[in-house]
Design a binder for this molecule. Structure first.
Ligand code: COI
Length: 361
């Protein structure tokens, strides 16, 4: 445990769920991480404490104006029992980038990384070991000033909670049906699209509900101006293979700089594949679907890792992708990332880092 982060252990540990019963984000561990910010004093008092409620005055700023950012990363139990985080540094940097986008004072990036390690070390027994399971770590920063004026707050709380998880989708790694929407938009240039902030998820809900009512799992988001260019899918980045080219929309303001997106692009470039970060229109994709050159499509994200797309609906037309099955590249990407995460394959880019577990007295 890093010495500047204090630890208060719970006196009433909870019963831990069986690994086989885990879904996504339903149960939480025994401890949480907390740190406070006050203008003039800066970020202070990093600590791990028993998991519990945050009490808030009803006039607390985040409850009204949504000045809130979060991130999500995972800790993986290795075959030898040790625990490794996947790309902790990149997640720490992204959390700070999200903070900056919402006028939240940034934290020391190394302290963020150590906060991940501290909470996982305290709750190390909660890291599951069954295949496909992991400990999901949810760092979050919220404005805690009590005020109704609309301006950046002068007080914040950074907290981390952790949840042992199985598959994000109840289908597991199975092809999903997605629906492109041209009636709702997730983000626009100059907005918050590239920040991991509560508002983006709130903005997704009604389109998601409509897609589910129409029998789809997720929404395919198009750009907010021309409603033509593909942005993201659900809460994930999107990629597709057309002919011999793998295409993903470029970062540029409206799209989250996904850590899994970056990892997968790196792997594919390592393998010598033709990879383009370029604008791609829904019309180009539908045409490729009709003429049979759209071979595979998948979403990438921390929670689900890789989520194959089996069907795409748009303006009343539905195209099947790869016969509705998980494609070979999609499967290879999933297997390769997961093998690195669980330490079953070499980690040439140094993406994983061990969490040191203190020897109990
Ligand atoms: C992810 O794919 O990791 C996400 O961002 C989903 C999360 C909001 C549950």
């Amino acid at each position: 445990m890093p010495s500047d982060i204090s630890l208060t252990r719970t006196h009433s540990p909870k019963a831990r769920p069986d690994d086989s019963s885990l879904s996504f984000g339903k149960v939480f561990t025994d401890h949480m991480f907390l740190m406070d910010y006050e203008e003039g004093r800066g970020w202070h008092d990093p600590r791990v404490v028993p998991y519990g409620s945050l009490t808030m005055d009803p006039a607390t700023a985040v409850l009204h104006y949504g000045q809130a950012v979060f991130d999500g990363l995972k800790a993986f139990r290795q075959a030898d029992g040790s625990i490794r985080l996947f790309r902790a540094e990149r997640h720490a940097k992204r959390l700070n980038k999200s903070c900056a986008a919402l006028c939240i004072p940034e934290m020391d990036a190394d302290l963020i990384r150590r906060s991940f390690e501290a909470i996982v070390a305290a709750d190390h027994e909660w890291v599951p070991s069954a295949p496909g399971t992991s400990l999901y770590i949810r760092p979050t920063v919220v404005a805690t000033e009590v005020m109704l004026g609309v301006h950046p707050a002068h007080r914040y709380t950074y907290f981390i909670i952790c949840s042992p998880v199985g598959s994000y989708y109840k289908e597991g790694v199975k092809p999903v049906r997605i629906l492109a929407t041209d009636t709702h938009v997730r983000a626009v240039q100059g907005g918050l699209g590239e920040a991991k902030t509560a508002a983006n998820y709130a903005a997704s809900l009604s389109a998601q509900q409509e897609a589910e009512r129409a029998g789809y799992t997720q929404v395919l988001w198009l750009d907010g101006v021309e409603r033509k260019w593909i942005d993201e899918v659900g809460t994930m980045n999107i990629m597709m293979k057309i002919g011999d080219e793998v295409i993903t929309p470029p970062l540029g303001g409206t799209i989250l700089d996904g850590v899994t997106r970056n990892s997968i692009l790196t792997l594919m470039r390592d393998w010598g594949l033709k990879v383009s970060e370029r604008k791609i229109s829904i019309d180009e994709v539908m045409q490729a679907g009709r003429d049979g050159t759209l071979q595979e499509m998948w979403g990438t994200g921390t929670a689900a890792v890789v989520s194959p797309v089996g069907e795409l609906g748009y303006k009343g037309e539905t195209i099947r992708i790869g016969g509705g099955q998980t494609g070979p590249l999609t499967q290879k990407l999933y297997d390769s990332i997961v093998a690195i995460q669980y330490g079953r394959a070499p980690d040439p880019h140094g993406w994983t880092s061990e969490v040191k577990i203190p020897v109990e007295a």
